[in-house]
Design a binder for this molecule. Structure first.
Ligand SMILES: [Zn+2]
Length: 203
């Protein structure tokens, strides 16, 4: 129902190259072809623990361009739809999706919009247990320390013994995923992995 409504509201031009589209799509066929297939990586969480991170696309255009449009509500929906319809999403199996909240300065939370699409396609409910603190801490803290101070966690005990998937729009350094995963493993989930829209590969 909601996705039908979004389709109806979607403008008929490619969000990346601005080509006119004669179908209710967000990207033209050529730009869609440019999305490189699923990439997965292993992210170290603690000295002994690692999680798998699955990505819908490499951190490159056209998704990189959409990721950069943080203030555009409509682009957030385009991104969410593109991520939600990716084959990796329908194959996900877990008890909860745990979105990492986005900066809400633009009046909406992009991660939650993505999470709603992923939840609709995968049938996995969303667990809202992480809060982003409004003003990020800057120097003299390291990037990792800044990220650590940017989040607060409410009661995560409902995730004990459950299969959890952390969701984020993009993984750059991996610091945000590390901070969140370190907090989640404290309650002993049955399994823990992550899904991101774009993954920036090192090197
Ligand atoms: Zn295009």
């Amino acid at each position: 129902m909601i996705s039908h409504l979004l389709d109806f509201l979607a403008p008929r031009f490619c969000h990346y190259c601005r080509t006119y589209l004669d179908s209710q799509e967000y990207l033209c066929a050529l730009c869609t072809e440019q999305i490189r297939p699923v990439l997965s990586t292993i992210l170290k969480i603690t000295r002994t623990q690692k999680i798998s991170v699955h990505a819908v696309s490499a951190y490159e255009d056209p998704l990189r361009f959409l990721i950069g449009q943080r203030h555009e509500y409509e682009v957030a929906h385009a991104l969410a739809t593109l991520i939600g319809r990716h084959p990796i999403v329908s194959s996900l199996s877990a008890d909860f999706l745990v979105p990492i909240p986005s900066d809400e300065r633009h009046g909406f939370n992009r991660s939650y919009i993505i999470a709603q699409q992923v939840s609709a396609k995968s049938g996995i409910p969303i667990y809202y247990g992480i809060q982003r603190i409004a003003s990020p801490v800057k120097k003299p803290y390291t990037w990792y320390e800044q990220v650590k101070k940017a989040f607060e966690f409410t009661d995560l005990s409902a995730l004990a013994g459950k299969g959890c998937i952390i969701l984020d729009d993009v993984m750059m350094t991996g610091a945000t995923l590390q901070v969140v995963a370190q907090e989640l493993i404290k309650v002993n989930p049955k399994s823990l992995q992550a899904v991101v829209g774009c993954l920036k590969l090192k090197g």
